[in-house]
Design a protein around this ligand. Sequence first.
Ligand SMILES: Nc1nc2c([nH]c(=O)n2[C@H]2C[C@H](O)[C@@H](COP(=O)(O)OP(=O)(O)OP(=O)(O)O)O2)c(=O)[nH]1
Length: 160
Amino acid sequence: MAKIPKKVLTLAFIRRDDQILLGRKKRGFGEGKWNGFGGKVDLDETISDAAVREVREECGLLVTNLKKLGVIDFEFVGDPVILNVHVFSTVDFTGNVTESEEMSPQWYKVHEVPFEKMWKDDPHWFPYMLDNKKFNAYFLFEGHEKIISHWIKEVESLDE
Ligand SMILES: Nc1nc2c([nH]c(=O)n2[C@H]2C[C@H](O)[C@@H](COP(=O)(O)OP(=O)(O)OP(=O)(O)O)O2)c(=O)[nH]1
């Protein structure tokens, strides 16, 4: 059997009181959508090191104590590559929020997250993430706007 290629990506959320920091992606994959901060893992770094680096690059904050809350696999019809997204959250950060070439950041109240301007899968798993519950999920997309099938389950623990 041919091995299914997986591309490991990070996605980190920063919380402050009843707010969450999101960024509007200014270019590339998911352009125009509001999201957490993240991207590809480099060869020489751990997944959580990559998560810290991507947050710093995309919104200027230095985060610590990232907790892994979710692992989501995304498959796209006609594309053999599975995106393996590791979702983190933290309340610990230093620095000032700054716009980057990739992201335009903004604090949102957690009950005012703009799901209509986000990836279609996000309303399914954000409730777990916002509640600090650990979860695994899978979404099969046709194009970038239509979910054909999915599952999601709460789990006791996640591999590091
Ligand atoms: N909320 C949400 N995030 C997603 C979904 N799919 C998906 O890849 N992401 C996240 C994971 C990553 O944080 C980001 C995609 O990474 P990216 O392509 O921007 O990676 P990068 O920053 O290394 O890219 P680049 O600088 O090389 O352009 O989007 C999704 O369906 N929902």
